[in-house]
Ligand binder design. Structure first.
Ligand code: CO
Ligand code: ZN
Length: 331
């Protein structure tokens, strides 16, 4: 399942394929599944308590990618970024369109001279012999994602494209499958267009009107040769979010999540994400305001087609989510 989840097409705004894959997988385990106008997959599992809390846990199923802006006379494609694409992790890589057409991402500008990230310096070669030829396969406005297999590295680590945020979709699915009975009403949401500004989760939260929001998303690990700035490391356990650029997590929820981790012997660390927001921010500011928090998966090389996660962290995140959503909350 993890391999399929990472590979299925789902550039922001084009999540239909991944949405239907996920909806089919979770259907047997929940009371209701619906896909809304923005493409969010919203699942509902009824709680057993007399006074259940409504809990929305969100993992985004969109992935970053490229959109064609122009086809040149000689059949090359110019593209813009959909989400946070770095040209440095894109150059000399492969992409694939929704219809299966593949291409090479190249540049003729000296990388050293580009300085700041500039995706417009890239072009795509799909093998077309002319503009007319290219137009048989690709239209302006079409989107493409990275090619990047999900493979096992050593020591229980995996490398793939799109762990942001398909690894969290994997966690939500595992958690749904594990929960037999829960006091709270659970809304597990596979949200869309997160990479363009938390658009799917914002709309989903508006409709669900949750009491508590939890974002499941990746977070940068600080354990590479020259970057030890932050607290989170790969293999350090589930990262309990204190804040990111979209949200300050609810103090009571963070404390309770830490207590749950300690009680259940779940390996955890605290995360402060300096750059980048999550669905927690959108849920937090929906309706009359919603207490929100997050569980993050440590990730090396976020947004690169070679990003790396540790399965022990993934297991810890799943255990923490599953235990936390079935808690009783004192508000
Ligand atoms: Co992202
Ligand atoms: Zn993400």
């Amino acid at each position: 399942m993890l391999k399929e989840l990472t590979q299925i097409f789902g550039v922001s705004g084009r999540e239909k394929e991944i949405a239907s894959y996920v909806a089919e997988l979770v259907k047997p385990y929940v009371d209701e599944v619906k896909i809304d106008a923005l493409g969010n997959v919203i699942t509902y599992k009824k709680g057993t308590a007399a006074n259940p809390k409504k809990i929305m846990a969100s993992a985004h199923i969109d992935e970053i990618g490229f959109m064609v802006t122009k086809i040149t006379d000689d059949g090359y494609l110019k593209v813009r970024a959909v989400g946070g694409i770095s040209m440095y992790t894109s150059y000399a890589n492969r992409i694939e369109f929704q219809n299966g057409v593949k291409g090479a991402l190249m540049t003729e500008t000296n990388i050293a001279e580009i300085g700041k990230n500039d995706v417009s310096k890239l072009y795509v070669d799909i093998g077309a012999t002319s503009k007319e030829d290219a137009e048989k396969y690709v239209r302006v406005g079409d989107t493409a994602h990275y090619v990047g297999d999900c493979v096992e590295l050593v020591s229980g680590r995996y490398m793939s494209k799109s762990f942001d945020d398909r690894i969290a979709a994997y966690i939500l699915i595992q958690s749904i499958q594990q929960i037999k009975e829960c006091p709270n009403d659970l809304y597990y949401v596979f949200s869309t267009q997160e990479e363009l500004g938390l658009r799917g989760a914002r709309v989903a939260a508006q409709g669900i009107h949750p009491d508590i929001g939890i974002a499941l998303d990746v977070t940068t690990s600080f354990d590479t040769p020259d970057n030890k700035e932050g607290n989170v490391v790969l293999g350090g356990g589930a990262a309990i979010k204190a804040m990111d650029s979209s949200v300050i997590c609810d103090e009571m929820l963070v404390n309770q999540m830490v207590e749950v981790a300690q009680r259940d012997n779940i390996h955890y660390q605290i995360e402060v994400l300096a750059a980048g927001g999550t669905d927690a921010g959108a849920i937090n500011q929906s309706n009359d305001g919603v207490r929100s928090c997050g569980i993050s998966i440590p990730n090396r090389y976020v947004h690169a087609p070679v990003s790396v996660v540790d399965m022990a962290d993934v297991e810890a995140c799943t255990a923490l989510l599953t235990a936390f959503v079935c808690e009783t909350f004192a508000f």
